[in-house]
Design a protein around this ligand. Structure first.
Ligand code: CA
Length: 236
């Protein structure tokens, strides 16, 4: 599968030029012309890389980046900006940008930066080859590297917490697990979620993975205990 890049840029000629150049390099390209659309697309599609302009209509690039990093740590982000001031640069890195390219830039320079960022991203999760990162759950395929789930030809994003919770369920498949055990393992001592938080995350996983979220077969409620997970619905 090709790597997917989302281009968030409101200047149409630049956006089109970027998209063409990236397609020519073999990327699958998604595009958005404002910050709201960019954020929505990034969260829904979970692209490997986001090229993010700062001055955008509806929602500026920093706000997009901040929202992305709160939920989705996987996508690499390169900021494209006409503003080259030191403060912007620092702010960008603080919000979790992987690189910062000042306009005007040459396409050659940008492609070199992209390659470097993608290599670093791969190095950060050694052994997590894209093919190994995929696992089948029910009729869905979860991609732990891309933070996505694909079911019946539709792809949706998964948050880091949803994936952490899913990993926990996979490690305890077939056993009833208590909410307290899940809290301790997935949320840890530094955070203070309630057991409601777990229920809400399980509901989200059901919506994305179950055939019928109202009649769950993968994430089954065990009354008075917690949950029991099964990788497939088992024809029940
Ligand atoms: Ca702009």
């Amino acid at each position: 599968m090709n790597l997917r890049v989302l281009v968030v840029e409101d200047e149409e000629p630049l956006r089109l030029a970027l998209c063409d150049a990236l397609r020519a390099e073999g990327f699958d390209v998604l595009e958005a012309a404002d910050g709201d659309a960019g954020l929505r697309c990034a969260l829904a599609e979970g692209p490997e890389l986001v090229l993010l302009d700062l001055m955008l209509p509806k929602r500026d690039g920093f706000s997009v980046l901040k929202a992305l990093r709160q939920d989705r740590l996987a996508s690499a982000v390169i900021i494209l900006s006409a503003r080259g001031e030191e403060w912007d640069r620092v702010q960008g890195f603080e919000y979790g940008a992987d690189d910062y390219v000042v306009k005007p830039f040459s396409m050659k320079e940008l492609l070199l930066r992209i390659r470097a960022v993608m290599q670093r991203a791969e190095g950060a999760t050694p052994g997590l080859a894209r093919a190994d990162a995929k696992t089948k759950i029910g009729r869905a395929t979860v991609d732990f590297a891309a933070y996505t789930v694909e079911k019946d030809g539709e792809r949706q994003g998964l948050s880091k917490k949803e994936l952490d919770l899913l990993r926990y369920f996979l490690a305890h498949e077939g056993k009833a697990v208590t909410r307290d055990a899940i809290l301790g393992a997935v949320w840890g001592a530094d955070e203070f979620p309630t057991t409601r938080t777990i229920d809400m995350h399980v509901m989200k996983l059901r919506k994305k993975l179950e055939d019928d979220p109202e009649d769950p077969r993968l994430f089954v409620t065990v009354h008075g205990v917690g949950y029991r997970f099964a990788r497939d619905a088992g024809g029940r």
